[in-house]
Design a protein around this ligand. Sequence first.
Ligand code: 4AD
Length: 444
Amino acid sequence: MMVDTKLKRTKIVDIDASLIGRHLFLQGWIRTSRSQKGVVFIELNDGSTIKNIQLLSNQEKTLLTGTSIAVTGKLVASPSPKQPYELQVETLEVIGEADSTFPLQKKGHTLDFLREIAHLRPRTNTFGAVARVRSRIAFAVHEFFQQRKFFYVQTPVITSSDCEGAGELFELVTETKNFFGKKAFLTCSGQLNGECFATALGEIYTFGPTFRAENSHTSRHLAEFWMIEPEMAFYDLKQNMDLAESFVKHLVKTALDTCQEDLSFFEERYEKGLKQRLEVVLNRPFERITYTEAIELLLKSNIEFQYPVKWGNDLQSEHERYIAETVVGGPVILYNYPKTLKPFYMKANEDGKTVACMDVLVPKIGEIIGGSQREDSLDKLEKGILSHGLNPSDYDWYLDLRRYGSVPHSGFGLGFERAVQFITGIENIRDIIAFPRAAGLCEF
Ligand code: 4AD
């Protein structure tokens, strides 16, 4: 039967008890369908919310999970305690059928299996919820910086310089040989380009995809991930840490304020106590500990870590998690790491051994933010480039920022997927991004 489209479509998220008695027009996909005594009970989902609406229909044809339909009907109070209301269908039109080969006919697939059907997994509760939370948090990123009058700068995806100096870049190969006249790569960070704008506009942020050819098969690494990188002129390390703390809190608060239903689902399915964990983040200052103090805490723990703890060694995930989970029990900012562990652009501290950098670590994940005050002395920056085995002439443009009107400035990078992982409690970062790219994984 054709649907009367004179009615405006209502999204399921906008239905509440105040609409009982009204005629509605809905469109969506069937999640489940069963018949009982001549009545067909359909659970309809349209993606606008995790909630389905129950439809009561006298449809004769069996409609399978995955079928898309349009219906009109009257919203009535439901006699069942399971839901406050349901729709008595008057007209039902099948838009696109799904047959028994639809891979989501059965419920209860593992996340590993769903990763193999990344094109269909958005139709599950878990991936619908992740996508909605991710979208809301992305909006909150802009909200946070725009409220503070930062400018959004879109830095390039293709670059000729290695920001982190770690040699983990994907090199571009083009059919036209030497297309750019020099080697070109996918960027691993927009920071250096961001600094050009911070030293002109004052306070800016970037929010875009970044790429790292790290061969890490962990639940926290992707080859393509999104990063938010604010960069601020006239900020020292302390102001940088304060901003990072407010930023993380803003994202967590947004999730608690505006993603309640999806968070309840994650709490029920993936992590008991999730909301409580997030509330704690809001209500406590982030502890701040120097790298040197962290090494002392790790040595005092008497735990046999897999990687040895020694001043000068980098902290591994097991160390970061011990500090965040056991010592602090919440987010913590570690700062002033040995200069040998960090990229060339970080500001040297007066002790000659450490740099003015900071990492924000959180329980369950470890590092979600890395940042620093930048070296603003031309002389020291040139020396830093050399001591990292890099060629100052490759960074001549970057050195110009110190030649002309140099100012103290700072910034950081938040890994967007790691932040959403932290907020949703989903264990594997590959389930946070729509189409994960990682070593050995590039589907669709
Ligand atoms: O600490 P990182 O390497 O810092 C930078 O790239 C600086 N340029 C940022 C800046 O100061 N503007 O990376 C920043 C964050 C990490 O804390 C982590 O959350 C995330 O980016 N990240 C990754 N996320 C997913 N997969 C990976 N392979 C990641 N590598 C880093």
